[in-house]
Design a protein around this ligand. Sequence first.
Ligand code: ATP
Length: 518
Amino acid sequence: DPARMEKIVSLCKRRGFIFQSAEIYGGLNGCWDYGPMGVELKRNLKEYWWRKNVQEREDVVGMDGSILTHNSVLVASGHVGGFSDPMCDCLLTKERLRADQVPAQSGMGFFYTGAAKKDGSWNIEKKYSVLVESEKQADKARKTAAQYYAQLAGKDASYKDMELKGECMETVTDSTMYNPANGSLLTEAREFNLMFKTTIGATSDENDPNATGWLRPETAQSIFCQYKNILDSSRVKLPFGIAQIGKSFRNEINPRNFTFRSREFEQMEIEYFCRPEDGLRLVDEWLEHRLCFYDEVGVPREHIHILDVPDGERAFYSKKTYDLEYEFPFGIQELEGIAYRTDYDLSCHQKGSGRPLEYFDEETREKFIPHVVEPSAGCDRTILAIICEAYDEEELVDDKGKKDVRTVLRFVPRMAPIKAAIFPLLKKNGEQVRIAREIEKTLQPWMSVFYDETGAVGRRYRRQDEVGTPFCITVDFETLGENDASLKGTVTIRHRDSMKQERVAIEDLLHWLIARIR
Ligand code: ATP
């Protein structure tokens, strides 16, 4: 549903979740900045992931590796040679597309030049194509193809020369042809390496191999490279995992779908090392852990599709891979990959570095290269899924029967950027303001809170609904004991989802909230 996606993107900008990078300069394609609300949401996600996967597990330790990566690391891992996507160009619009991103429904204007052979078949000299995103734009494709054809043929060509056949167009003139039997639509695909290369140090030669470095395309490689140091410096024994959260960079051919496919993004990865005989069992265990995690951050498992990647589509070294896919408004797309990668990675680095990376099993006195199960999640993609899942427009009818629509982000409280908003009912009431400020100071060390005293309280609630604040605390006349002495020292708590209100004693507030936001 593109309309829903548009609304989400617009809310993200309007309320300070996500902005395009360098927007005032026209934008940097494929890069995004998280604003005041977005950064809190992202921190909540990363902290919860860390808590669940590192702090609450005895068998997983963490690390934080450098982003600049040694050339030899990525040569050994195979990235320098093969971390690429097939790319096609449109000869007319000069647009570059990842071959598998070309939408099946795309409209396309294309024509071939060549000569008819005596047997009636065609000798193709060149293929030209114009790609457009949808059939609606087919006319644009037709026009561009016609213009280009005219330029090429040195004569006028008009739409009349072309016929629309199904979703595609073809030119039908004497000198151009289309062979339906040979109906491939793309310029030839070629491999495009997705890594960002850089030079390290004050060298004058940017091709000096000793000065070549890369921005890492995944966090995993520094885990493999430090596997031995971590084994020797901590008391881990197989099976154990090393976890890392951090930025990765890929020069994606065609960044698209908001933050879904970016050139700079954050990953949350675990390399879980194990004995070879345990790999297949552990990949299933991790699948279950990860589904629980998504549930707990507000992406219910009913909305996640588990793709058991079939033989022939997995990486050649992987014995089992699950892709977890989410129903984004723009389609069902990958959130996370969980792959049993055998001993491929450590073997590559043992070979590349010449250093032994075996594990010595004290019980069996055996030496072997551990196998690894890798749950690899995208932080930005998860954030996007959480926002898409939380976005809601609720129709309300007031006492007088008047209809209204409330926009609300129904984040699970542990993910909400602001846990509680604190309002004095009346800005002019000094005592209410004093108590509200006192509550703010008490809660601040424990959670992110927001103080607001401007406008009618109903409007203040709505502003918090739009950023997903689960609880609004209002200091009112009852707090001061003015209407009912028994309510003195209590505040009104308004719940975001039900809009119901209840009274809680100020002295119980901290515990009341902590029990609901962890
Ligand atoms: P895709 O097929 O969508 O390009 P991938 O299979 O190449 O993804 P992996 O290499 O398995 O992705 O990376 C692990 C995770 O990192 C992905 O599941 C995704 O959540 C995240 N990720 C990868 N590339 C990007 C990107 N360009 N933008 C945002 N997140 C990404």
